[in-house]
Write a protein that binds this ligand. Sequence first.
Ligand SMILES: Nc1ncnc2c1ncn2[C@@H]1O[C@H](COP(=O)(O)OP(=O)(O)OP(=O)(O)O)[C@@H](O)[C@H]1O
Length: 524
Amino acid sequence: MGRMQMELHTGIELAVEMVQQRSLPDLLRTATKQLETAFGLTRCWALELDISGRLLHCADLAAQGEFDCSDFSHPFSHILQTGKPRELTRAASYRLDYPGFQALFEASDRPRSLWLEPLKGTDGRTLGILVMCRDGGDWDGIVGQPLYRGLKELLTLQWVARLQSRDDGWQRRLLKRSLDQLNDSETLRQRSEQLSRTLVGNSLAMNQLRAQIVRAAGSQLSVLVQGETGCGKDVVARGIHDLSERSNGPLIIVNCAAIPDTLLESELFGHTKGAFSGADQNKEGLLAQANGGTLFLDEIGDMPMALQSKLLRVLESRQFRLLGASQEQHSDFRLVAATHQPLQHGIEQGCFRRDLFYRLSQFPLRVIPLRERPEDLEALSRYFIRLYKEREGAGPQGISSHALHALARYEFPGNVRELRNIIELACLQTPVGDDIQPELLRLEDPFCVSDTGISTKIEPKTMVGVPTSNDIRDLKAAAQAFEAAVIRERLQQYGGNRAQAAESLGLPKRTLAHKCLKYQVSES
Ligand SMILES: Nc1ncnc2c1ncn2[C@@H]1O[C@H](COP(=O)(O)OP(=O)(O)OP(=O)(O)O)[C@@H](O)[C@H]1O
């Protein structure tokens, strides 16, 4: 084979190897090795200019292979600035104290001569710098060779192609990420909108709460909803269930305050026949019923300590045992708990387990009181008017701006529940088709004494069975008598309707039922 043929053969072999490299680092590594072998170099490096054009990288030098292009204490900034190749002698190299350059010089065994050549793509864009090292001089004898020029051209072409595919991949990833983000925010928007049909309010706090509910619903974390009585914790818990992937499963609601302590455990865990006196048949507990769905433990702060420990165990393993049974059972439920009491206080008092608190509040949510979000009053009022009209078939047209102003001045100790009662009562008294006017809004706390010093609604002294303050010898008994009297009176006021009486007192229905049982108060 003649010399020309040999060169052609070598050139083709090298070219084939170079085009096979899929990534830029592999291409640069292969090309520099080829140049070393083909031209007897002691070392060859390829420095890559980053996308900002401010840094040159040499992957093989690791941490030291970074060259700031605005620093002229290494030779590469000059090369980039002039765009021309040049030779650098060993003596000159010693004088350049840039640490990265000294590392490169050292790793090249301090050659007698270095050839620095900028590499450009066909579009004129600078790709980087080729650094060739050898102990002889005569660089023209190398860079003038067709094989060198051919390899260099192929290297730059492949370099551009690799950058292009890296850019394309990067663009694709960027596009995918923005599409994902768009999808996420679109889903978030749609779900928040769906939720705004039942969890009404346009305030910033409500918008943020809805967004958090959507997020909580998308996870399996236990959610603790905290907020004053009547502010919408129950609505939040239902929202979490409805928006979760468990929405087709059951939503089991347990009001821990409404079930006597002695019954709560068997209600939750269930029992076998004969487990205790009165257990005349097997009974499935609420934990088992919540399988595949959501268990909502309302008023969790009222759960007895002994039961808290058992609940903690269930939450950790989702395993539990029916009272009286020897076998464990499994239930796959998501827990949502709610409380109007600050649990922190319970923890300090030693009546709420700290570890349970942390287990419950994996995703904490707080519903702020209505008085702190007056922007929600109008939307909520119109929502309750609409519900009233749907239920009764007719009702007021809307609510006057004066009435809305009056609402805005009120504190709402009973929160949204109280607003609902006020609006419903006003609906009843407003002529069909008119707007609710301020004088029809019963804006007073029934337990408050008015400016005249006369109690506006309830006068404990006149209540049957309630001792006057001078006669009180046992405060607890007197307070209970008062509570019983208020409930009795409220039931009378609402014609025995427990749901309305409970709403008007800011109590869950089951709590009222429990209190009626405790105080022997009947509807009649
Ligand atoms: N943002 C809201 N949008 C629509 N209705 C609401 C909203 N907040 C509360 N309500 C309504 O107010 C009443 C009381 O709400 P809810 O029962 O959820 O309060 P709660 O915080 O759970 O009260 P409690 O502490 O007494 O259990 C319900 O009739 C509920 O539908």
